[in-house]
Design a protein around this ligand. Structure first.
Ligand code: AMP
Length: 425
């Protein structure tokens, strides 16, 4: 039987979307601001591959975390599983070790930007392919000055997008020394309440009890109100680190609030954890923390580090929700208008000459009517139109039309660049 071909209408996958031309101006602006902020604070750009050995995330982000356990897009291969990166920090740590970046001037400050992938339930601010910008600082000491530098870079970048009313929620989740005793206190508190916990939290009580504090389930949330607080249990070293950090944050006049329930889900965090919010929006714009043992865990020397990632799609969403006017406009171009076949034939070469002279033009070579082309030029807000017709093609000159006044001047092709620059002044 002949196969009946069914017409398939393809759509982007759930939680993954296109960034259309109209939005690219905003994305360009974000990337440009990121470059400027990172440059000011001396972060060097790094780009990592989208695919990594899946074990990198299992070892660093943590086998029992939601990200690794439930959300990773895994690609099977004969050499073992690969994963579409769900976050950037493990890849930065891997690259740091692989390329011996410890030999760079200390501290090593890196930044990145690009897509991440997590198989989450798509909802407001939660996509399956999303974009993060991240700042990371690796050094030989766990100096809280670096935690403050990561925070200030994040805040200044968000502020550069005119998003206001920010607040950094900060907590310390202690270190190898003090966390085990806090973990025990937490388990002792929650164990008698097991019946009231959601399934995830019942499991977390065994695998990752700190995560009970940031469970969003309506039954679990009220229980954390009386749970022991990490800051009451941290050791003298962590306490000093935290106090010094808060002093830096105050000196920088960064808006912050302590959040005793903030733990962040990943295994590698030690001491500082933080998330950044803007008033009136439920989701975090970014988050980060200190990861003093990650590089060691991956086979390197003890290299304390701190970092954060910001969600670029969320920043775009906030700009929309808060109606922020960034005044980003596409670059205005000079219109190139042709009339007749001879002119059209000579147009492509002429446009190349303009490109070499750095004159930015937009052409309408697919249209024939002069009026249609001039009306397009008007719509695009072109300050000048270059009109190239049969007569001009034969006589080797061109008409420069001021689109505001309508005044026109014919100039020889040889002097076109000078003519345009004079008119633009
Ligand atoms: P995380 O790596 O989970 O700490 O996330 C850091 C930031 O990335 C968050 O604060 C969000 O702004 C953003 N982000 C994380 N997951 C998603 C997601 N599924 N969709 C959109 N943005 C996300």
């Amino acid at each position: 039987m002949p196969r009946i071909s069914k017409k398939i209408i393809f759509k982007s996958l759930k939680g993954m979307h296109d960034i259309l031309p109209a939005n690219q101006v905003l994305w360009d602006k974000m990337r440009q601001n990121l470059r400027e902020v990172a440059g000011f604070y001396n972060f060097l750009r790094i780009d990592m591959p989208l695919l990594e050995d899946a074990q990198l995330f299992e070892k660093s982000t943590g086998q029992d975390t939601d990200i690794v356990e439930k959300q990773m897009f895994v690609v099977k291969s004969s050499r073992g599983d690969m994963a579409l990166r769900p976050e950037g920090t493990p890849s930065v740590a891997r690259a740091y070790l692989q390329h011996g970046l410890s030999h760079l001037a200390q501290p090593v400050k890196l930044y990145y930007e690009g897509p991440m992938f997590r198989r989450e339930q798509p909802q407001a601010g939660r996509l399956r392919q999303f974009h993060q910008a991240g700042f990371e600082i690796v050094s030989s000491a766990d100096d809280p000055v670096y935690d403050a530098q990561v925070m200030v870079a994040c805040v200044r970048f968000i502020e550069s997008l005119k998003i206001k009313d920010l607040s950094i929620r900060i907590n310390s989740i202690g270190c190898k020394v003090c966390r085990p005793s806090y973990r025990k206190k937490l388990v002792d508190y929650y164990k008698p309440l097991t019946k009231s916990l959601c399934d995830d939290c019942t499991r977390r009580l065994r695998t990752n009890p700190l995560r009970l504090l940031d469970c969003k389930n309506d039954n679990c949330q009220p229980l954390r109100g009386s749970a022991p607080i990490m800051l009451d249990s941290i050791c003298a070293n962590c306490s000093k680190h935290f106090k010094t950090l808060l002093e830096y944050v105050e000196d920088l006049k960064l808006p912050y609030a302590l959040d005793h329930h903030l733990v962040r889900g990943l295994d590698y965090y030690t001491k500082t954890v933080f998330e950044i919010f803007t008033e009136g929006i439920d989701f975090a714009l970014g988050g980060g923390g200190r990861y003093d043992y990650l590089i060691e865990m991956l086979g390197g020397r003890h290299s304390p580090a701190v970092g954060a990632a910001l969600g670029l799609d969320r920043l775009v969403e906030v700009i929309r929700l808060k109606d922020v006017n960034l005044r980003v406009k596409p670059k205005t171009k000079i219109a190139f208008v042709h009339v007749g076949n001879l002119a059209k034939q000579k147009s492509l070469a002429l446009i190349e000459e303009l490109r070499e002279a750095k004159i930015d033009v937009i052409d309408f070579l697919g249209k024939e009517s002069l009026n249609a082309q001039l009306s397009m030029a008007n719509k695009l807000g072109a300050p000048l139109s270059l009109i190239f017709g049969q007569k001009e093609a034969l006589e080797e000159d061109i008409i420069i039309r001021d689109m505001k006044t309508g005044s026109q001047e014919t100039v020889p092709l040889k002097r076109i660049v000078k003519g345009i620059k004079r008119k633009l002044k």
